[in-house]
Design a protein around this ligand. Structure first.
Ligand code: SF4
Length: 275
């Protein structure tokens, strides 16, 4: 382990108890699965905190190879151990939308700050309206991550900003859907080849750039070059390559604490294990 290992964040993949959505572009299917070992996760938490502090991470993201809220007990238990950092939960929002407010209250009490909900269709945007106001009422910030495929239809950048303002969403992220190197599931990779047109992502990004040049302002640039803008009260960012495979030197985007209880520097490489 390099002494100068630096990371922007720590990403924790909670035990995988499956997923209640079946995204045809699912990155988990392409990067493969590991065996859950929650006792080992608990055992190694102190070591992970030690390394994450030395690496100067500034936030902790909770996600999963499945839907993290299906492992609600494990999710909130882990959050309590890391909640001296800002915490973000990445979810498909289905369980939170269907469940009562006690789920959101439990996330707040465990220390979460931001609930990031991924959507990929205009219908899901509509279905999530109420959830976003409930997230706000629970004292949490919300982010919407829009996955760009041909499922999305005619959504424009200004219409997404309007949606955020109407529903009280504070952060908007556009996510380019990509295939990792050596995908483990070719059906998913083939779906992406047939249904993801990079021009759709580029077109939305061009609309975003135009908006930013006229009405937005740069808030900050993250270590890996991604910029964050203020677009009339909504923070806008983007993710063009979300699967961390290669890192240059000792400066990495995420430390990855997987559900097998081991700490890695990459999602997609067993050999990136640190301990
Ligand atoms: S919500 Fe996430 S884990 Fe579930 S199918 Fe979609 S991409 Fe895969």
């Amino acid at each position: 382990m390099g002494q100068d290992l630096k990371a922007e964040n720590l990403t924790i993949s909670v035990p995988n108890l499956g997923c209640d959505k079946n995204c045809p572009y699912c990155v988990s299917r392409m990067t493969g699965y590991v065996t859950n070992n929650f006792p080992r996760m608990l055992r190694n938490c102190k070591k992970v905190i030690h390394v994450a502090r030395a690496a100067e991470v500034t936030s902790v993201l909770f996600t999963g190879k499945g839907e993290p809220t299906l492992a609600y007990r494990e999710l909130t238990s882990l959050a309590r151990l890391f909640n001296f950092w800002p915490l973000e939960l990445q979810t498909n929002g289905i369980g939170l939308a269907a469940g009562d407010d006690s789920l959101l209250k439990g996330l707040y009490d465990a220390g979460f700050d931001v609930i990031a909900v991924s959507v990929d269709t205009a219908g899901q945007l509509d279905a999530c309206r109420e959830l976003f106001s409930r997230i706000r009422d629970a004292g949490l910030l919300s982010r919407i991550t829009v996955n760009i495929t041909d499922l999305l239809g005619d959504v424009t950048f200004p219409s997404l900003l309007d949606y955020c303002r109407q529903t009280g969403i504070s952060q908007l992220t556009l996510r380019r859907i990509v295939t990792p190197e050596n995908p483990k599931d070719m059906k998913t990779a083939d779906w992406i080849a047939d249904n993801v047109d990079d021009n759709d992502y580029r077109s939305l990004m061009e609309q975003a750039r135009l908006y930013v040049s006229e009405q937005g302002k740069l808030i900050r640039t993250l270590n890996h070059g991604v910029e964050v803008y203020d677009c009339g009260g909504v923070s806008f960012s983007y993710s063009d390559y979300c699967i961390q495979e290669r890192n240059r030197g000792d400066n990495i985007r995420s430390l990855v604490f997987l559900e097998d209880g081991h700490l890695y520097t990459s999602w997609n490489s067993a050999s990136s294990i640190l301990f």
